[in-house]
Design a binder for this molecule. Sequence first.
Ligand code: MOS
Length: 697
Amino acid sequence: MTTTAKPPAVGVAHSRVEGRDKVTGAARYASEHHFEQLAHGWFVLSTVARGRVRAVDDEAVRAMPGVVAVLHHGNAPHVATDYVSFLGPPDPTCAIFQHDRVPHAGWPVALVVAETPEQAREAAEALVVEYDEEAHDTGFRADRADAYVPEDGQPVATKGDLDAELAASAVVLDATYSTPEQHHSAMEPHAATARWDGGRLEVFDSNQGSMWVADEIAKMFSLDPASVRVRSEHIGGAFGSKGMRPHQTAAVMAATTLHRPVRVALTRRQTFAFTGYRSPTTQRMRLGADPDGRLRAFGHEVLNLTSTLRPFVETSAVLGRVLYDAEAHHTAHRIVELDVPTPTWMRAPGEAPGSFAVETALDELAERLGMDPIALRARNEPAVGPLSGLPFSSRDLLGCFTEGARRFGWADRDPRPRTRREGRWLLGTGTAAATYSSGVAPSTASVTAEPDGGFTVRISAADVGTGARTALTLVASEVLGVDPARVTVRIGDSDFGPAWVAGGSMGTRSWAWAVTSAAEELRDQLALRGQDVPPEGLTARVDTARLLAELAKKERHSFGAQFAEVAVDVATGEVRVRRMLGIFAAGRIVNPLTARSQLVGGMTWGISMALHEEAVRDPASGRQLGADLAGYHVAANADVPLVEADWIDDPIPADPLGIKGVGELGIVGAAAAIVNAVWHATGVRHRDLPLRPDRVL
Ligand code: MOS
């Protein structure tokens, strides 16, 4: 085999390697694997918000056509709950059918298994479940006396004396912001098909980490980890909601009990009910500044809700610990336990709602100071981590603002609000900063030189629609010095070994590190052998745990500047986003095509967050209202104008890979830029999302 000098693969736009499979239907998703004897499970969900299941009267239902089993707390297999998976303790939400308690409306109380999905659904709808109902409480408010500081989730960070610095400040802002409950709604609802095959449990599942789910299933069902295989080759979106969820538990329970393959595919409404969501937040911002804009005090206190099952923290207060310097910082989280489903990570968990409060507050402060909002941010740019004191691996927030301002035309802006009008439309522009952490986690990859001159990469990565498979193809081909067409990347299989999940904007960085290391080792082995590939192929396998341990401790983050122009209808209060521009500093961009899609997708979600998304719970019943894509509004094509995302060079000195992450970054600050633009258009400040027309004027 000979390798010739190739033009670089990384950094050159490449369409998805599996794109053709996806558009022709050849790509198989979790609920599209067919097996002999396949049975179908359908969940029955609690109609009460709190209480106990008194009886599951399944006799009549078991006699219905096609029904093969009804699983519930009275007969389901016992599962372990006292284990620690590689992402920490399990979510108790997944331990279904273990007790008679109902912690929230929509809690899975039974699974009906039948020969066809239609039979399972009909029987599930006919199943009579009796409850001992108890009084419930789903009321989320800023003044909850039972809110508490959680143990985990970086609850509090403090530097200096906030009150003293506020008292010494010439200009003070003390304002409370709120964001509503929001849902992920991945295009492909959660689904799992489980079967026992020759003594091994095989689960086809839609998730963000096949190794993660395999690890959870093995521990939950007390199985030898080597006997569990989770496969997730294609995934239709995830956004934080696709980890271990009740559908995998149910599918494995049923397949184990019935000795036949079982599929559990959720409906859209079921994904709203128990696959996680973003908690609503209330956020108090206290900022104090000198007349020249230098921050003396930065206070950010966040309250989110969680279930009675798990203390989930929406870490909205963390971004202020990175973004701005101040004499005193006080940033803190509190949570309140309610009779609601457990929230979870959702696209830029923490930073998405947190940036709405921080970046709107900064804009309000700039107005009070009579300062340009970009100049205010420049004035408070830290030299090192404001709380950690650690150096930044690289930080070019101001470079993003400079380039963004130039391309957006910020210099021509009249800072006074309500000065531009076109007929019935008031026009305005706004800006906001973005940041997200760029972590890295150990992963294992193998790269094989095949006798036919091709290369096969194996890593239990997940491509949730991001283009991860293509990015890793480019990374491997660059290191190996071969055309991307000669590299096949196989992902989404727990048999490939431990790997980080598609989450926390850490996927590409973590997996690329392992793939790079394995490809380098293979390249060296091939050089030693004079490029001779044995008939069985030659494989190098690397686990990056040791490499990553040597990484210097630094503040590692991506940055960005968001710009938006809006038009507000003076008669109806309708807000139309006219254009958005995001300029980002996110390290080395592996595949400009899919990176841009990620960022534009995040910004588009920011439009949705600013103007549309709001899940509503009925306090009387504790149930969700309009829990589907008819009732839960998301931005549609007509709401999304020209959204442009681009980036500046962001070299990371002393970083062997240079990659950050772009998954979460695009939504951060996007809603604030829009809301700040609405103020500029109308002169009216808004602190509560979404900006429904009835709130705007
Ligand atoms: Mo992201 S919320 O870690 O999928």
